[in-house]
Design a protein around this ligand. Structure first.
Ligand SMILES: Cc1ncc(COP(=O)(O)OP(=O)(O)O)c(N)n1
Ligand SMILES: Cc1ncsc1CCOP(=O)(O)O
Ligand SMILES: [Mg+2]
Length: 207
């Protein structure tokens, strides 16, 4: 794997066209130029593209990440991993199982969401490259998000897994990102902190 996963989790931007008021290609270009360290293509939910339109957008976003040498991770959609030559896939507890994904993609980055101790207990943590912990704060971006769990969830995970790459997600802003890192996360992941800002460069800098 050409990436240092902990370093690449530092400023992990997630986006689909449904999150953008502007052209998503321009939004991602601005974000990578400003210094994001990883990108997740999450074309999902109300207003999102499907079929060929989703694929075409994915190709453009993938090319941007390649040009800037940052990992391009696909959300949920296993069929896109090979088609877009993605660096990895992120799945949640109700998506395709990590065991199956690890068999399919022995050398790709696999990320898994965990929101509480019972999810940790039933997850093959040893098979994943990183975990997405959250929602840490309340979010309006994901309509079916679980309740916010708070920054202590990061501390709990860090105590249980001293070396596991951990990224916080959910309601992360320029104001609260530092509190997530101070509890032991390797990085922060965010959607609206970038897609809803007037100044992407400044938002990435502050994050
Ligand atoms: C980095 C990161 N962490 C968590 C999630 C959420 O994944 P999931 O629970 O599968 O929800 P959806 O994003 O699929 O709606 C994530 N995408 N990325
Ligand atoms: C995909 C996802 N998973 C948990 S919260 C969330 C949405 C994060 O969006 P935002 O950074 O705008 O709160
Ligand atoms: Mg999912």
């Amino acid at each position: 794997m050409p990436y240092q996963i902990k370093q690449n989790l530092r400023k992990y931007f997630i986006m689909g066209s449904q999150n953008c008021n502007d052209d998503p290609v321009r939004v991602l270009e601005s974000a990578v130029k400003a210094g994001i360290t990883a990108f997740q293509f999450r074309e999902k939910g109300e207003g999102s593209l499907t079929g060929d339109a989703k694929l075409e957008l994915g190709k453009q976003l993938r090319a941007i990440c390649r040009g800037y040498h940052i990992p391009f991770i696909v959300n949920d959609d296993v069929s896109l991993v090979d088609t877009l030559d993605a660096d990895g896939i992120h799945v949640g507890q109700d998506d395709q199982s990590v065991d199956e994904l690890r068999n399919l993609f022995p050398d790709k980055i696999i990320g898994l969401s965990v929101s509480n101790a019972s999810e940790v207990a039933k997850s093959p943590i040893h098979l994943v490259d990183y975990i997405g912990a959250g929602p840490i704060f309340s979010t309006r971006t994901k309509s079916d998000a679980k309740s916010a769990v708070g920054v202590e969830w990061i501390a709990t995970l860090r105590e249980q897994f001293p070396n596991l790459p951990i990224v916080g997600i959910g309601g992360i802003t320029t104001e609260n990102a530092a509190s997530v890192i101070s509890k032991g996360a390797d990085g922060v992941s965010f959607i609206s902190a970038i897609t809803m800002t007037e100044d992407i460069k400044e938002a990435v800098r502050q994050l």
